[in-house]
Ligand binder design. Structure first.
Ligand SMILES: Nc1nc2c(c(=O)[nH]1)N[C@H]1C(S)=C(S)[C@@H](COP(=O)(O)OP(=O)(O)OC[C@H]3O[C@@H](n4cnc5c(=O)[nH]c(N)nc54)[C@H](O)[C@@H]3O)O[C@H]1N2
Ligand SMILES: Nc1nc2c(c(=O)[nH]1)N[C@H]1C(S)=C(S)[C@@H](COP(=O)(O)OP(=O)(O)OC[C@H]3O[C@@H](n4cnc5c(=O)[nH]c(N)nc54)[C@H](O)[C@@H]3O)O[C@H]1N2
Ligand SMILES: [Mo]
Length: 763
């Protein structure tokens, strides 16, 4: 048994299960946050860091992409932001001896929790071909190794360059510039696994793949529908915005297979009422939809709205539809044949519940719909999100105060990275601007996305993988296939703050390049630098660390990218990389000329709180689609047939993790302690399958390719999830997600509807 398995077994042997909580984020939230910070980071460093986190002159929280309110409080962070801070700001470092004491064979047996606990990476290390361990290496030599390998390729397309969404705008801009100047568009990123479906759906229908609301709109809304999102854990500061909305009279509807704590009740740690008392009731209606039932639900609501207009009149916003949209008649006609029974089977909710939601929608002047991974990671995610746009457009809920479509982004700068050009298929206008600005030629044909990159590595077509942050091999689907693909490369390069699985599962040779974290001071030749980030409502602001770097031999991410570019492309070319490294303002000057909406970047970003990027649909109802109009779409209703005796599985986040980073083995709101190898199953399903609460089961994935994908030894927890729908944690579940099972139109791995069967674990 590997040490990882032993660790799991030890952890899970103490598994404790309690009743799930029905409220989120009160005093225990802040207490849970501050305790570990003081203990692991020290009181002074903690206060210095936490009190400037998300402040206008401080650094941006490295956790989620939730937006900052116009007025900041003293504690403008949540429990999970504090965990992310502690994880990064720890004074513990990986020392030089570590690499000798832990050869690769050892690192491969460790889990991500153990790897992360070793502390911050403090020097570059290299594993040479044939060697059995990493060894410290100089920065110059490290960059030369990458340059040599890249020069050795037959084509630039034999390399791929991954980005995770914590990367700041300036770094992202330089990274994509380097990659394209080198000659490829192989720029896979975490967004390919995340909100890609949103970008595809909104891009086609309204012309912009980003939220059409601003922070202030939440407090102006009459109705907020939260679909496929767990804000109590993943965007806790959103609960404050929801509370403000409620106080201003808004109704909230939650659509989710799970009764998540943060959707029910909220105790605001910033208020006396949050400290004593029962807090604010959030959801007025909870629709316990079946996994992937949202498309049917949305169509059923739209049909009710259209039918009511035919009877009562005055429901549809005909002025908006006529002036700004096309395709309404086709959409209306397609819904006339929608079969109610099919809807009820797919959603698992009653006609009366759908009536209530439709009535609430029709009687609300201003409606916002938010969503996250519960909608994007399905086979038919793109058409489902298009149905959100259809529904909103029926009553003109786009481009006016208090209304709109609001995808809630994941990583703190995942949206900004896209704005800066991290995308394998960036529009030609952007590429043309890049060429004009720098006097270079860049490729225009699309490159590889995340799934495409794994396939290409597997097939020997991509030989070098560089990753700017993240944990690609653990985050992507089909763990077995993906690990083998990575091992098939000649060189893998990780630019990181901490160790994870992607440092242990590597190519024939591998480099680890350690960088400063976002909370740390970044000093260059012209003095202290700051970077910028974009949040989920397209607001850009500065982020400036204020803690002394944890180790002397760290470089900033900008330094790493510029030095790498110089080593690979040679000094003396048309791009002055050294200048960029010395003065980040100089990077922003170029961004201003290339990225739409960033003109006068250096000036605008120095205003307290930053500035908003322009957004046609939001600002003045201009829709930069192919037709120049907002597009109603007709989407064939898709439902999932689950064979008898099988269940539909989703993978989600526990309260104590950030994606592949595990902070602890607890999931407080769902009542789970000391274990992650668990599967949440409805009690009626347990009864009909003859499985007991607490029993150990193996989860077998069933997909059309006939491969037996199995995750073994999961403890069953009887849980009030929707009938037929089960849940387990990401990334453990990734072994069950087939690489080729991806969403139509976005190629995002289908992490939230896998057909599985449960079998008792052999004793
Ligand atoms: N603390 C913390 N914060 C995070 C992260 C983290 O790991 N930890 N990750 C960040 C990232 S990168 C992202 S993308 C976001 C993710 O934020 P979320 O999308 O909230 O993350 P998940 O845990 O995947 O939760 C998915 C939710 O959707 C529901 N759901 C699943 N399938 C369906 C469905 O078919 N229909 C409906 N209606 N609901 C469904 C699940 O029950 C669950 O409540 O959070 C970001 N913030
Ligand atoms: N089954 C399943 N799979 C999923 C999902 C799911 O819900 N279910 N969710 C998907 C989603 S939404 C996403 S976004 C992806 C996440 O995919 P990734 O973004 O690749 O994964 P993370 O776990 O967020 O990456 C964490 C690592 O980033 C590095 N890091 C942290 N901070 C910094 C920094 O400041 N600089 C640098 N250079 N490195 C840093 C650390 O080494 C850390 O270990 O996973 C996807 N995979
Ligand atoms: Mo994400």
């Amino acid at each position: 048994m590997s040490e990882q398995e032993q660790g799991r077994e030890a952890a899970d042997a103490n598994l404790e299960v309690d009743k799930p909580k029905d409220w989120a984020a009160g005093v225990p939230g802040i207490a849970h946050a501050m305790g570990p910070a003081f203990k692991d980071v020290g009181v002074t460093r903690s206060l210095k860091g936490l009190l400037t986190m998300n402040q206008k002159d401080g650094f941006d929280c490295m956790s989620c992409a939730w937006e900052d309110p116009p007025e900041r409080k003293t504690f403008e962070f949540c429990e999970n932001g504090a965990k992310a801070f502690v994880w990064e700001a720890t004074p513990l470092v990986v020392k030089s001896e570590f690499w000798d004491e832990h050869p690769l064979a050892d690192l491969e047996t460790r889990d991500d929790y153990w790897l992360g606990q070793q502390g911050r990476l403090s020097e570059p290390v290299y594993k040479a071909p044939g060697d059995d361990r990493y060894r410290p290496v100089s920065w110059e030599r490290a960059f030369q190794i990458v340059a040599d390998e890249l020069h050795d390729l037959d084509s630039p397309d034999e390399a791929a360059f991954y980005t995770s969404g914590r990367t700041a705008n300036e770094t992202a801009f330089l990274y994509q510039l380097f990659v394209r100047a080198f000659g490829t568009n192989n720029l896979p990123d975490c967004s390919n696994m995340c909100h890609e479906s949103t970008g595809a759906a909104m891009g086609e229908t309204v012309g912009v793949g980003k939220s059409t609301v601003r922070y202030e709109d939440f407090a102006k809304a009459d109705l907020i529908i939260i679909m496929g999102q767990n804000p109590g854990t993943n965007h806790p500061r959103m609960l404050t915005a929801l509370e403000e909305a409620k106080e201003a009279g808004a109704k909230i509807v939650a659509v989710n297979p799970l009764p998540e704590a943060g959707l029910k009740r909220y105790k605001n740690p910033q208020k006396v009422r949050g400290i004593i008392g029962r807090g604010t009731d959030l959801a007025d209606q909870f629709l316990q939809v079946k996994l992937a039932g949202d498309m049917a639900l949305l169509q059923a609501v739209s049909k009710r709205v259209i039918d009511a207009d035919a009877v009562r009149g005055g429901i549809l916003d005909h002025a908006f539809i006529n002036r700004y949209c096309i395709g309404f008649e086709e959409f209306r006609d397609s819904l006339s044949t929608l079969d109610e029974q099919t809807v009820l089977d797919a959603t698992g909710v009653s006609s009366a519940e759908i009536d209530e939601l439709a009535e609430g929608y029709m009687t609300s002047e201003r409606v916002i719909i938010t969503w996250a991974m519960g909608l994007t990671q399905h086979e038919f995610a793109v058409p489902t999100i298009k149905e959100i746009i259809n529904l909103l457009m029926l009553r003109g809920n786009i481009g006016r105060p208090g209304a709109g479509a609001s995808p809630i982004r994941g990583h703190s700068n995942v949206q900004g990275d896209r704005t800066m050009g991290i995308w394998e298929k960036m529009p030609h206008a952007f590429l043309d601007a890049l060429e004009a600005e720098f006097g270079i030629e860049v490729p225009h044909e699309s490159g590889l996305d995340a799934v495409g990159t794994v396939r290409a590595m597997r097939d020997g077509k991509v030989k070098v993988l560089t990753a700017l942050g993240g944990n690609f091999v653990k985050a992507i689907s089909d763990t077995g296939v993906s690990e083998a693909a990575l091992r098939n490369t000649r060189l893998s390069v990780q630019i990181s703050t901490k160790l994870n699985r992607s440092h242990a599962v590597i190519g024939e040779s591998a480099l680890i390049l350690p960088v400063l974290g976002r909370s740390e001071i970044d000093v260059q030749a012209t003095g202290e630098q700051f970077v910028t980030v974009e949040d989920t409502v397209a607001a850009i602001h500065a982020s400036k660390g204020n803690l002394p770097p944890v180790a002397p031999n760290l470089l900033s991410e900008v330094s790493v990218v510029t030095r790498l570019a110089r080593a690979v492309l040679g000094a003396g070319g048309p791009i002055d990389w050294a200048h960029f490294e010395h003065d980040y303002d100089s990077i922003r000057e170029h961004i201003a000329n290339v990225v739409p909406g960033c003109d006068d970047f250096n000036k605008k970003v120095r205003a307290p709180g930053g500035f908003d990027l322009p957004h046609g649909p939001r600002d003045n109802r201009t829709f930069p689609t192919a037709s120049g109009k907002a597009q109603f779409s007709v989407n064939e209703l898709r439902t999932i047939e689950v064979p008898p005796g099988r269940l539909l599985l989703q993978s989600l986040r526990s309260h104590d993790q950030f994606n592949t980073t595990i902070y602890s083995n607890n999931d407080r709101y769902r009542g789970v302690k000391n274990g992650r190898q668990v599967i949440f199953v409805n009690p009626d399903d347990l009864a009909s399958l003859g499985i007991d609460d607490g029993q150990a089961v193996d989860i077998h994935g069933e997909w059309t390719d006939g491969v037996d994908r199995v995750a073994r030894g999961f403890r069953v927890i009887s849980y009030p999830t929707a009938r037929g729908c089960v849940a387990t944690y990401f990334p453990e579940a990734n072994v069950l997600v087939p690489l080729d099972f991806t969403a139509h139109g976005s190629n995002t791995p289908v992490s939230k509807s896998i057909i599985v069967r449960l079998e008792p674990t052999a004793a």
